[in-house]
Design a protein around this ligand. Sequence first.
Ligand code: FES
Ligand code: FES
Length: 166
Amino acid sequence: MAKSHITLTVNGKSVEALVEPRTLLIHFLREQLNLTGPHVGCETSHCGACTVDLDGKSVKSCTMFAVQANGADVRTIEGMAGADGSLHVLQEAFREMHGLQCGFCTPGMILRAYRLLQENPKPTEDEIRMGISGNLCRCTGYQNIVKAIQYAAAKMAGVPFQEAAE
Ligand code: FES
Ligand code: FES
């Protein structure tokens, strides 16, 4: 099958590649760029495990072709930590608040939370739950994921995190 030439930015680096027109973005990231943080949970746009940030939006990378990302700016979980290896505040938050168990949903969940907090730096609990409603977690029951996002929001705002009474 004829391949298409694409150029895009991934985690701050310029990338050029030849891709088959049928290649999904998630497979391009995982198999051609070896970025295996975004996971494949369903390939039917339900689970959100494949979520990446693309041109300032959360995108389920199983729902678009790699050729459609030509010219785009993409961020995956591999691009969240600092160059010195320091964790992004959301990664720290998920660790501190036990926002993960098996971790399968976590890369997509963190990328979704990242965009949510960019759009709404002080979300209410309901807004967080609505904001991550396209990302499924089969382990945690979501409570600690919500807490982790609240922790990150507080830290980004420079205020102490206060856990709500349950
Ligand atoms: S693998 Fe993309 S939404 Fe499930
Ligand atoms: S931590 Fe296992 S699916 Fe979310």
